[in-house]
Design a protein. Structure first.
Length: 158
């Protein structure tokens, strides 16, 4: 459970990533989506408490950030990290995933002649599915028309 909490904490971590010429910086806001907020399918307890902190940072330091990036978990409904995609597996259990030297998953549709990567994958409840309400970024988050949104985890087998 601690690993789960840590993972989710990372999702909510607000990071000033890049100092550009010592004057400009980027603010990166990670996965502040309904699925990770209270009552979400993969909720972090009290996860919504990060929202006023982020809004405060944006308000007080808006001249500092030349770029604001929001990441958005954006999974296919058959994403391999979903427990629902594996027989007799439950959320938060682990499985092993094998990939070949090209990074392709070894499974019933792709027979690998060489296994290069053996990855331990934690399984999650279905969450942040493409175009679902749960994938929405919280409306309580201060937004700007020129925020850059990066959708991630969009490939089913990665
Ligand atoms: Zn995810």
């Amino acid at each position: 459970m601690m690993l789960f909490y840590f993972r989710c904490f990372i999702f909510f971590l607000v990071a000033i990533v890049t100092e550009i010429q010592c004057k400009n910086a980027a603010l990166v806001i990670i996965d502040v989506q309904l699925c990770f907020l209270p009552n979400g399918s993969l909720a972090v307890p009290d996860g919504d408490q990060v929202i006023p902190v982020i809004n405060d940072i944006r308000s007080k330091h808006k001249d500092k950030f030349s770029l604001v990036v929001l990441s958005q978990d954006w999974h296919c409904s058959d994403h391999i990290s979903f427990a629902s995609q594996h027989n007799e597996k439950n959320p938060f259990e682990y499985i092993q995933l094998l990939y070949d030297d090209k990074g392709l998953l070894c499974d019933s549709t792709h027979n690998c002649s060489v296994v290069k990567y053996n990855i331990t994958q934690r399984l999650w409840p279905d969450h942040c599915v493409i175009n679902s309400t749960s994938a929405d970024i919280s409306s309580k988050l201060t937004r700007s028309f020129n925020d850059l949104i990066i959708k991630k985890a969009t490939t089913a087998k990665v």
